[in-house]
Ligand binder design. Structure first.
Ligand SMILES: *[C@@H]1O[C@H](CO)[C@@H](O)[C@H](O)[C@H]1NC(C)=O
Ligand SMILES: *[C@@H]1O[C@H](CO)[C@@H](O)[C@H](O)[C@H]1NC(C)=O
Ligand SMILES: *[C@@H]1O[C@H](CO)[C@@H](O)[C@H](O)[C@H]1NC(C)=O
Ligand SMILES: *[C@@H]1O[C@H](CO)[C@@H](O)[C@H](O)[C@H]1NC(C)=O
Length: 335
């Protein structure tokens, strides 16, 4: 009898793990390994072929088991739509396939600002699915107008929500890309600019719904030409790592000339160099590369060159990638 009670008692605890329970009081104490939600959010102003390209490529990325719910929402439509939740990648894909961008649903005025921020608010209000530790990929064509993002940033930080904006270089709507940058910078997220023809790849250069976890995040300002020492990087486990570094912080500037990031292991004294001309993929305003790294602490030095003196707000994000195990801690936010 005692034994049975103990088993019942223990299993009660097991099932009451707050990150497993889909409760209506959101939990903010999750780790990067707890069950959570992935959402794909796409502007109705994007070419539907690009959303189909995302749908086609999705199976090439292994879905982490922690994403127990997969959500999608189409925004920038005259009648705002609800977030739809699915249980697996195939359900999500066929649901996307049936809800592609449809120009007849768009705002009639191309100057109207995007409702991208209200999508985040809606997601945070939902209690159907765990939000702590969730990830959201946005594809953005239309920019918001003036918005105050302070309270949304505080909430995203509280729940460790990772937001990745892939923004068209050729935007319509408002002109406030800074609001999206601000959200990404302050939450260890990502905001990158891509040509419309490759905007779908903006989903796949982020951590999206893979098991990979962030191990390094730095934000910094540069202008003109120079060298800066960034905070050191701790690589907890040897294996593959994914580097994403932005070179421009707005859709139109083309002042970027060159960038070289030198990462030196302080014990082994071996160096990994990430130069803008050896990046993987044909991106212009950011670069990605996926080297194998030894564990240890690395000093991080960035040399950069722009052909004007404007201040550019940049970020570097480094994640575990495929062969390096994910970590179980959140990186601190820097201000
Ligand atoms: C998308 O829908 C079309 C029919 O409307 C179908 O032929 C196609 O196979 C679907 N693709 C996916 C990936 O579900
Ligand atoms: C579109 O919106 C802009 C800004 O809100 C406004 O100035 C313009 O008159 C609108 N155009 C039309 C055709 O309604
Ligand atoms: C970069 O400059 C902006 C103002 O343009 C400022 O708000 C921000 O805090 C600066 N970021 C860093 C990391 O210094
Ligand atoms: C580290 O390696 C560099 C060459 O790669 C060398 O110049 C330097 O002296 C080495 N530093 C130490 C502490 O061994």
């Amino acid at each position: 009898m005692r034994a049975i009670q103990l088993v019942l008692f223990l299993s009660f605890f097991y099932f009451s793990n707050p990150c497993l329970v889909l409760s209506n009081f959101p939990n903010d104490k999750c780790t990067p390994q707890d069950d959570t939600t992935y959402m794909f959010a796409y502007s109705n102003d994007i070419d539907s072929k690009k959303i189909l390209d995302v749908v086609k490529r999705m199976p090439s990325i292994r879905l982490s088991r922690k994403f127990v719910k997969l959500a999608r929402v189409r925004f920038d439509v005259q009648q705002p739509e609800e977030i739809v939740y699915h249980n697996n990648l195939n359900e999500l894909r066929s649901s996307l396939n049936k809800s592609l961008p449809d120009p007849s649903l768009s705002y009639s005025n191309t100057s109207t600002g995007s409702d991208v921020i209200s999508v985040l608010e809606k997601f945070l209000e939902k209690t159907k699915s765990p939000i702590c530790g969730s990830r959201i990929n946005f594809i953005v064509k239309r920019l918001p107008t003036e918005v105050n993002v302070e309270s949304i940033i505080a909430k995203l930080r509280k729940y460790h929500i990772e937001v990745y904006f892939a923004i068209s270089e050729n935007t319509i709507g408002g002109n406030n890309h800074d609001a999206l940058n601000e959200i990404a910078f302050k939450t260890n997220g990502v905001s990158i600019f891509l040509k419309d023809e490759i905007i779908d790849s903006g989903v796949f250069v982020t951590q999206r719904y893979a098991e990979d976890t962030l191990i390094y995040a730095a934000n910094f300002n540069v202008s003109g030409q120079g060298t800066i020492e960034l905070p050191p990087m701790t690589v907890p486990n040897k294996g593959g790592h994914w580097f994403l570094m932005s070179f421009q912080d707005d859709p139109v500037s083309d002042s970027f000339q060159s960038a070289t990031l030198t990462c030196t292991n302080t014990i082994a004294n071996n160096t990994f160099i990430f130069k803008d001309n050896i990046i993987e993929g044909r991106y212009e305003k950011f670069g990605v590369i996926s080297p194998d790294l030894e564990e240890g602490i690395y000093t991080m030095k960035l040399e950069y060159k722009y052909d004007d003196q404007n201040v550019v707000r940049l970020f570097i994000r480094i994640s575990t990638f495929v062969t390096a195990p994910p970590v179980d801690y959140w990186l601190p936010y820097d201000n």
